[in-house]
Design a protein around this ligand. Structure first.
Ligand code: SF4
Length: 367
């Protein structure tokens, strides 16, 4: 560790960040604690421009489908799940899912982001059969099942992550969303009663990378974690990405930090307030700088709203996410922002960037 810089002026640390030097964790803590917001913004914006010199800001038109809300985890920040046996629990039939997909295709969408809870009884054939049918009927991009669900399937069926992922990939799975990452530190995960621990989440991700499956990564902030834990989370993602890239896998194609939505959640009574936009934007910029080995960073307009979402495009984000024509998980917890494709395109243009439509794995769609 460079102790001179750790104890020296913050400008020395920012200078090292601008040279893409990876700082020690306590140095990053100083950066987030002491740097001026404008300095963080400028450094993140510079790196964004270097990584994406065409000034493109990408977006995706797809649909969230939550195939089931039944879950054997009891995360106390979640307003979506129902325990097995609960009368409000549901599992969508294939026909219900086909209808949703057809609506998505009608508005020019390219795929589905499909996630659910950790269902204790659904057979493996439900998942593989569904992927196979969706691929055969519609040929769409299938961005499905977070590492937490992969962990849940492996546990339920007594299989390894690799066995689960191989079957899903053979059935048509294209890429994996980074849901369930929250903060990858077990101290806070235990307090939040999260079934899948940090190593289990990372193991499922690494197994996906090793099968050549592209994934995204997320971070949920504002649910009672410390600054140190946020930094540890970023460090774990950075290290996994280093290993995956070194081994020649595509690894994480994007990082998406978003804010805890407290409404209707058990811990919403203790943490009723949303993270201030300023704090979110500072962490967006810091994430861009910290994870300079992940090519894309998405601003979560869905949780912070379009007004602050557009500001994020100047804090290191080069992606504005999805139109989200259906979202059931965080909307239940109070994030009810909506946008059409035209709205996102206009926002991107108004902020001085070039809108580019993409698929869920960040490959661009030529129009
Ligand atoms: S966050 Fe996911 S794993 Fe946790 S209770 Fe909700 S649906 Fe289940």
């Amino acid at each position: 560790m460079n102790t001179a810089a750790t104890t020296g002026p913050i400008t020395d640390l920012l200078e090292r960040v601008s040279r893409k030097e990876h700082l020690a964790q306590d140095e990053w803590i100083r950066v987030i604690d002491e740097a001026e917001t404008e300095d963080l913004r400028r450094l993140a914006d510079d790196l964004r421009r270097e990584l994406h010199p065409d000034d493109a800001v990408t977006y995706v038109v797809d649909r969230n489908i939550n195939y089931s809300n039944v879950c054997f985890s009891v995360c106390n920040f979640c307003a979506f799940y129902r325990k097995p046996g609960d009368s409000e629990g549901y599992v969508h039939t294939y026909e219900e899912i086909f209808e949703k997909v057809e609506e998505m295709i009608e508005i020019g969408g390219s795929g589905v982001l499909m996630q659910g809870g950790l269902h204790p009884d659904l057979p493996m054939e439900y998942y593989t059969g569904l992927l196979g049918e969706l691929k055969k009927r519609y040929g769409i991009h299938l961005h499905c099942f977070s590492p937490t669900e992969i962990y849940g399937m492996a546990k339920t069926f007594g299989m390894s992550n690799e066995q689960v992922l191989r079957q899903l990939k053979e059935a048509g799975l294209d890429s994996i969303p980074g849901g369930g990452g929250e903060i990858l530190v077990d101290e806070i995960r235990r307090k939040r009663r999260t079934e899948c621990n940090s190593q289990e989440w990372l193991d499922a991700m690494e197994a996906a990378h090793q099968l050549g499956i592209k994934t995204t990564a997320t971070m949920m902030i504002g649910y009672g974690e410390t600054i140190e834990q946020r930094i540890q989370h970023l460090e774990k993602l950075r290290r996994l990405q280093e290993r995956s890239l070194k081994a020649g896998y595509p690894g994480f194609v994007s990082f998406i930090p978003w804010t805890f939505q407290p409404d209707n959640t058990p811990i919403g009574k203790i943490i009723p307030d949303r993270l201030p936009a300023e704090e979110y934007l500072r962490w967006l910029a810091l994430s861009r700088l910290y994870l300079n080995n992940i090519p894309n960073v998405q601003v979560s307009w869905l949780t912070v709203g379009l007004a602050d979402g557009r500001r994020g495009l100047h804090f290191g984000a080069n992606d504005i996410g999805s139109t989200m024509i259906e979202e059931n998980v965080i909307s239940k917890a109070g994030a009810n922002h909506k946008a059409t494709e035209l709205m996102l395109v206009n926002v991107i243009r108004e902020e001085g960037f070039n809108p580019v439509k993409r698929k869920a794995d960040y490959t661009r769609i030529l129009q």
